[in-house]
Design a protein around this ligand. Sequence first.
Ligand SMILES: [Zn+2]
Length: 343
Amino acid sequence: MSAKPNNLSEVSEALKRFDELIGGLKKSLEIETLAPRVHILKPRDYRGTVAGVRDVSLTVSALIHGVEVAGLAVLVEFLELVTRGKQSIDWPLGIVLGNIPAAEKGARFVERDLNRSFGRAETATQEDRRADELERLFVRSDRLLDIHQVKLAIDRPFWIFPYTKSGFEFARLVAPDVSLITHWGKGFSQEGQCSDEWVNNAGGIGVTMELGQNGFAPDQIALGLKTVIRAVDVTGAHRGGKSVESLNVTKAPIYTWGEIIPYPQTGEPVLDKGWHNFKIARAGDRVGVFNGQDIVAQITGPVLFPKYPDPMPDGSYNKDRPAAELMRILKEISEADLPVGKN
Ligand SMILES: [Zn+2]
């Protein structure tokens, strides 16, 4: 059920095209480059920038995880539209590709997870240094739309981000028909911040969309492109003080964490085969086994991020603990259940 490895020549072609398109746009736009593949696109006559002020209305990022290549294709297609005059750039828009060395190797990351590397003082790993480069743009960004994909097969895209009222409203305006997972309380990971979390902490609005399973999937690329275009429209309307017409679609469910099944400190838990994202677990169901004892779901809800160890080339399993947790079970909530006072 894991995705096929990415075709690395397809990845390098897309990176090359991305660079060509940015280079070509220098004729019609002002391009401010903060670091390799960290760009701000502005109209040539744009005069809205004031030093020290958050001047980038929206930043769209992709490839924060190197194997999640659909977002790269989305940004290439978006830049093609700008190049052909089918999409206008009326205010500063940030465009970022995150982890290029990992993408070129077909890996999620090289030394450490870039999406757990924001807000750290360390500079020992290449991801720590790359996070610093991205933060230079993020700190100037009102909004961040971060495009990701997941490892295991999945039947739908979803939004996922730490809850803020403005982030929730933005996501619901941009793609209300996409299931939305949000959470509050302590951070997603203790070892470093995610991009959206860092932007929220810096006073902006960070949201993440997971398009589907890793790879250049045309339906996911189409959804990603539609989402970016709508995010630009919504942001442009808000900048102009205009309201945005809601899309006439059925709103998808909202979820938060219902149960987090931890990975035991020692020993090898075994998750039963066949769990995948959004498959429903029922309270009382066995989901796996640990030291001869069944691991049992406490609540009924869709499963998220089941952790299976990666098989090694010799067919054995990597004995490294894959994560701090075995899987999560989501609980459906309504808007009334969202916390108040988190703007
Ligand atoms: Zn990701």
